[in-house]
Write a protein that binds this ligand. Sequence first.
Ligand code: SF4
Length: 336
Amino acid sequence: MGTRVILSGMRPTGRLHIGNYVGALMNWIRLQNEAEAQCYFMVADWHALTTDYEDPSQVESNIEAMVMDWLSCGLNPEKVVLFRQSWISEHAELALILSMITPLSWLERNPTYKEQINTLKDKAISTHGFLGYPVLQAADILLYGATHVPVGEDQLPHLELTREIARRFNFLYKKSVLTEPQALLSPVPKVLGMDGRKMSKSYGNTVYITEEEKELSNKIRCMFTDPHKVKMGDRGHPNPCPDNPTGCMVFQFHKMYEDSKNAGSREKTCMEGTLGCSPCKKDLYDEMNAALKIFREKRKTIKKEQVAQLLKEGSEMAQKRASETLRRVKDALGYR
Ligand code: SF4
């Protein structure tokens, strides 16, 4: 197998939570250690404008916080190219060219578009930019000749659209310029928040990956447990069941942070009523604190100037590859 070129990115939303870590970063860190992979990881700051164009004032500080978290978790800029989308003008230029050849119907059938329009009712996102963001995404991927894109099942239609756009370009201009990327399907476990809904900043139910001890302790104290288990001796329902449909959130977190043998005996003692919720929460605090402490300590060693410098160097490196692709695109069009 030749070298795989991998492209992925995150919108700058500030500090990362455990859902971001488990859903994407863990996979990025695994990929960076593959000898046969060249990874490009992007701060997708133009994408931040698609839904939050009315107030971009937090973008700079969000980028800084997010990249510091990337580094805290072990993303290594010596192994991967970390770059900022808006610093590479080729992204906007290729997106413009691709938007000329992308039929409107391809964008209108995008399931995420319809779903988001319904979900984000408080935001005026019936814009050209929001409808066309899959074209910008296609440009992000195609500029680097990415052979593989890590995606979850729900993002497959987006990647298919990128492949269709690449095919259409190559067909129209009779040159094989753009590479059709393959999906690198990885199971993306849905991480639930403290209240049993999907972990998300907009629900205020997150645990940050660099959460300080005191906040972590407060958050674990407030986690939803089994409402039927009030005192020691009551039998609990740690997993979802008709009596406790969301399950106990403390138990769901234990399953992520302790080995399956311990989780098995915890489930048993909870169901028998011999385990109390307070000691169970204390165990969770100890497990999570030990894991998050590593990220927290690493984060303290990272300087803001270091982040700016890394992004500058990474963006210069990425731009070399991007400008080469754009030159070939313009050649195919016959533009000088
Ligand atoms: S004992 Fe633990 S697992 Fe059982 S309900 Fe209480 S917090 Fe949840």
